[in-house]
Ligand binder design. Structure first.
Ligand code: NAD
Length: 449
């Protein structure tokens, strides 16, 4: 299977396109390893999970260069992704899930123990291939499960390389990484050898995964799309907030599930705020992520580039005002960073998840009106509020129908905090104790006197 560099469109490598027989072999290896791994003491599993993190950190230079080549993000951001993966593995390894015992009568108690589920199918997307895979590897292995992990066909290389780097110390069969094309994901989700599916990707695919999981009642974690809103109140420092919102919307060229995808700006500061953002857009340097000075890389793949080009064409056809920066022309999948100036709430650019460097700014003057517009979405992943009045911001946060809300910061996740999408942004939880519990099932011992 060919892998392309999105900055040039050139084929840079070939990786295996796993057949059904190879998937079966990976599942058989994971099943075989399952019993010994679930009975390996927690501390030993934690040490191995942490060592995977150490190994990723030690090899950050090589891994980040490979990541830039296949994913497109600038080198400094590739290093950040690699170090985030290392941090998640090391931090998750410090968590524990002690038994819960309740004495119900003298000499009689209930003990609930959190036992591993079995063999996990993990499927990850192309925007943060290493970090989002690490978010699954760490809790699944720590809790005593074994795993077959499939990265996106657009970004298979760096995750495969991680597998190569850790295979000498992770016991055989515990972590299996396979790559393949469009047929492999559905084969995995329908495979009777898996007990749980942990999927990160689009909402449309998530629904297919959920339907397939029903065949054998596989446990399920779905981390799906978002259409995150930012609410920018009139009391903010305009320059400083514009910089933070710019990063929140355009980092990784907007290809982040929790990126700001629509910004509601108060009427009193709208023009000034738009102009501050426009200056940042014009000064950004879109280019090949491996070239020094590039601040924003290409769109990761051709289908996504075509989707975004279609959204821009829709804005043009509807006569929405746009402000665009510079971007290279040529064979790479480059798009200029773009602001859409006050399109209607019902426009496609506001209603759809763009997942790219195009941000609609929408004017508002009434808080009730903006909350109604923010909640006018099937998505409920995350959002941000920008205001000096923290009390008022917290009250606004209570009214947003989303799983994660940031106030005066953005994109800040933690391995110790639960991350869950509401509505059609997901099912279940990743990270924190809740994310670890999602790789276990409670087993209760009722002990008589
Ligand atoms: P995608 O749904 O196209 O693909 C994700 C993964 O699923 C890939 O590995 C793909 O090969 C596989 N896949 C495709 N069809 C499948 C099927 N029928 N059965 C099983 N697996 C299948 O998503 P993408 O384009 O790679 O990623 C972008 C999307 O992911 C965006 O919507 C984004 O918001 C979302 N995302 C969500 C989170 C989160 O944590 N909530 C994080 C990152 C990305």
């Amino acid at each position: 299977m060919e892998v392309r560099n999105p900055a040039t469109g050139a084929v840079i490598a070939a990786v295996p396109d796993a057949s059904e027989a190879e998937l079966n072999a990976a599942v058989a290896a994971a099943r075989k390893a399952c019993t010994a791994w679930r009975h390996t003491p927690w501390e030993e599993r934690a040490a191995i999970v942490s060592r995977i993190g150490d190994t990723i950190a030690l090899n950050a230079a090589e891994l980040s260069a490979m990541l830039t080549c296949e994913q497109g993000k600038p080198t400094d951001q590739a290093i950040t992704e690699i170090m985030t993966a290392a941090h998640w593995l090391r931090s998750t390894a410090t968590l524990t899930l002690p038994d819960r015992a309740t004495e119900t009568a003298p000499g009689r108690k209930h003990i609930t123990r959190y036992v591993p589920i079995g063999v996990v199918a993990a499927i990850s997307p192309w925007n943060f291939p290493v970090a989002l895979s690490a978010f699954k590897i760490a809790p699944a292995l720590l809790a005593g499960n074994t795993m077959v992990l499939k990265p996106s066909p657009f970004t298979p290389m760096t995750v495969l390389r991680v597998g190569e780097l850790v295979r000498d110390f992770v016991p055989a069969g515990v972590l299996n990484i396979i790559t393949g094309g469009d047929a492999l994901g559905p084969l995995m989700t329908a495979h009777p050898g898996f007990d749980k599916i942990s999927f990160t990707g689009s909402t449309a695919t998530g629904k297919r995964v959920m339907a397939a999981a029903a065949s054998s009642l596989k446990r399920l974690t779905l981390e799906l799309g978002g259409n995150d809103a930012a609410i920018i109140m009139p009391d903010v420092s305009i320059e400083e907030t514009a910089q933070k919102v710019f990063r929140s919307a355009f980092a990784n060229s907007g290809q982040i599930c929790i990126a700001t995808k629509r910004a509601y700006v108060h009427d009193a500061i709208y023009d000034e705020f738009r102009d501050a953002l426009a200056r940042l857009i014009v000064s950004a340097k879109v280019g090949d992520g491996s070239e020094p000075g590039s601040t924003h890389g290409p769109i990761q793949n051709r289908p996504q580039f075509d989707r975004l080009s279609d959204l821009v064409a829709d804005c043009l056809a509807n006569g929405y005002a746009m402000i665009q920066g510079e971007s290279p022309t040529g064979t790479g999948y480059f798009l200029p960073l773009t602001l859409v100036d006050n399109p209607p709430q019902e426009s496609r650019i506001v209603q759809e998840e763009q997942f790219g460097p195009i941000l609609p700014l929408i004017r508002f003057s009434e808080v009730d009106d903006v909350i109604a517009k923010v909640n006018d979405s099937d998505m409920g992943l995350a959002g941000t509020i920008w205001s000096r009045d923290i009390e008022a911001a917290l009250k606004l946060a209570d009214r947003m129908e989303i799983g994660n809300v940031w106030i005066n910061e953005a994109l800040a996740l933690s391995p110790f905090a639960a991350f869950a999408g509401h509505k059609q942004s997901g099912l279940g939880v990743e990270s924190g104790i809740e994310g670890l519990m999602a790789y276990t099932e409670p087993k209760t011992y009722f002990v008589g006197g």
